[in-house]
Design a protein around this ligand. Sequence first.
Ligand code: Z5A
Ligand code: MG
Length: 223
Amino acid sequence: MTATSRGAFIVIEGLDRSGKSTQAAILQSRLQGPEQSTTKAVLIKFPDRTTTIGKMIDAYLRSQSEFDDHAIHLLFSANRWELASTIYAHLAAGTTVIADRYAFSGIAFSARKGLSYDWCRAPDIGLPAPDLTLFLNVEPGVARTRGGYGEERYETEDVQRSVRVVFERIGEEMKTDGQGQWVEIDASREKDLVARNIWRVVEPLSRGVASSLRKLWERDLTT
Ligand code: Z5A
Ligand code: MG
């Protein structure tokens, strides 16, 4: 990292069981390296189920409570906003932040229920914008065979296929919008190979980022 640079903000997105958490952990330990005395990379997971809002989301995902579709969408977004200042602080301190899911999951899972795409995007406008989003792409049929599938709400092949369609729209828009890099990774491959392909993209950011951090969809921010 140079004297004027900040940490990079890297988001890992993808369908259920595409290996996001597995790859986020591998990436964090690679960025952190053997030296534990300074924090080089932190991992944040959305939803963060430890906060008060996160506990409400957790109960919903485990089908222990019900919410109106709009209300749960806003809770997922609020769960990101409550961590925004933490993300800013880490980046300013030169620490790389890896987010396991982010606003893009928020749009994809709610828009597939029939809520308006623009309405779903609105509450996340102005959040810290990732420098890089890695979209782990895997066939829903392959994801279904992986551990833990089907334990929570949304974990059906039908839901995952419709979520994937919205993610494709988001990816196209991000690529044409100049909103940081959106890179698709073939996540159906073996874990180590996926990790190597991710590192190839992340490595240039690992020494810090010179440009200032942007806000998500900042052109839609009005005073
Ligand atoms: N949601 C929402 O609606 N709105 C929002 O705003 C947000 C989220 C942020 C819970 O998310 C739900 O919340 C999610 C979207 C919704 N619903 N769905 N679907 P979550 O992130 O907490 O979900 P999770 O329970 O952690 O599952 P996951 O994140 O989808 O899984 P993953 O992280 O992608 O996979 P993994 O845990 O790394 O790996 C899963 C298994 O596959 C495990 O046994 C691994 O050992 C194995 N694995 C991993 N990689 C490989 C490879 N390459 N080959 C073979 N096997 C592998
Ligand atoms: Mg996960």
